[in-house]
Design a protein around this ligand. Structure first.
Ligand SMILES: Nc1ccn([C@@H]2O[C@H](COP(=O)(O)OP(=O)(O)OP(=O)(O)O)[C@@H](O)[C@H]2O)c(=O)n1
Ligand SMILES: C[C@](O)(CO)[C@H](O)COP(=O)(O)O
Length: 258
């Protein structure tokens, strides 16, 4: 297949992190295996990535011990595509103890990609427009791109309680809401820059590495400009039962793309 250098083309890889345990969802299986309106979350996530970026290599990062997710990936990679749709370039690797460990495992498995998108399988209803917006910003020369939405709540920074007899945190400050955004995935990067940042984190003590809650943070650490493109409410991260209910309601209403 002829691959173009465009971030919508074949020199792009997607690291799809799906190795989490889903503690907050509290099911007796890893979150990626949980059915969302009857279809495993991982299957929905792969379908949405493949629909948005059909030429991209997809590296699914899976819980090492969950055979059914590995079988699911193998069957998607091998499935005939009679409708003429391209078969996803899909491989699977084992994840690590933290999300960031899993991202690193995925990065180690990608081919010769120029750009990499890091995406949460838990955001399995992300519409193609969000992938396109990230890819287009990379094509325009950005080295780090993140989808974002305005925040709807007022956000407080907190401090320890000034009066120890009151069992509560206290407010430290209130950042102006107009300057805050909630960020989603896929987060897109020049691969060489992300790999260089991850090399630094690999040497950090665990307590510091745990502060890496998203990939863009690493770019900020290197002094890179991180650009924001519009996110989408359908790209919600399924974290709790309420999120799962919302995702299933979106599917029932025909609002998800797949
Ligand atoms: N060790 C980990 C932890 C998380 N993830 C992935 O990172 C994404 C965002 O993580 P989150 O939604 O917090 O998933 P979990 O870690 O599974 O959730 P919880 O914290 O409730 O256990 C998910 O797609 C999850 O599978 C991962 O690949 N490897
Ligand atoms: C990367 C992320 O989805 C951006 O919002 C988020 O930070 C992941 O957090 P989690 O606690 O690992 O779900």
């Amino acid at each position: 297949m002829q691959h173009s250098d465009s971030p919508r083309g074949g020199r792009t890889a997607v690291v799809l992190v799906a190795a989490g345990s889903g503690t907050r969802l509290g099911r007796a299986m890893p979150k990626a295996a949980v059915p969302v309106a009857g279809v495993p979350m991982l299957e929905r996530a792969i379908a949405s990535v493949a629909a948005a970026l059909p030429e991209a290599q997809i590296v699914a990062v899976l819980p090492a011990g969950h055979a059914s997710l590995w079988q699911l990936c193998a069957s998607i990679a091998a499935a005939p595509h009679d409708d003429g749709a391209p078969r996803p370039h899909l491989v699977a690797v084992a994840g690590g103890a933290t999300r960031n460990d899993s991202v690193r495992a995925g990065l180690a498995a990608i081919g010769d990609a120029v750009h990499v998108l890091v995406h949460d399988a838990a955001r399995c209803l992300t519409p193609p427009e969000v992938f396109a917006a990230v890819a287009d910003a990379l094509a325009a020369g950005a080295r780090a791109v993140v989808p974002a939405l305005p925040v709807v709540d007022t956000i407080k920074a907190v401090r320890a309680a000034p009066d120890a007899s009151i069992a509560a945190e206290a407010v430290a400050s209130t950042p102006p809401r107009s300057g805050l955004r909630a960020v989603q995935t896929p987060q897109g990067f020049r691969r060489d820059v992300l790999v260089a940042a991850q090399r630094q984190v690999a040497a950090w003590p665990a307590a510091r590495a745990e502060t890496v809650t998203d990939d863009a943070l690493l770019m900020e650490m290197l002094g890179e400009d991180v650009y924001l493109v519009p996110g989408d409410e359908r790209a919600l991260k399924i974290t709790t039962e309420l999120d799962l209910m919302l995702a299933e309601a979106l599917i029932a209403a025909g609002e998800e793309h797949a």
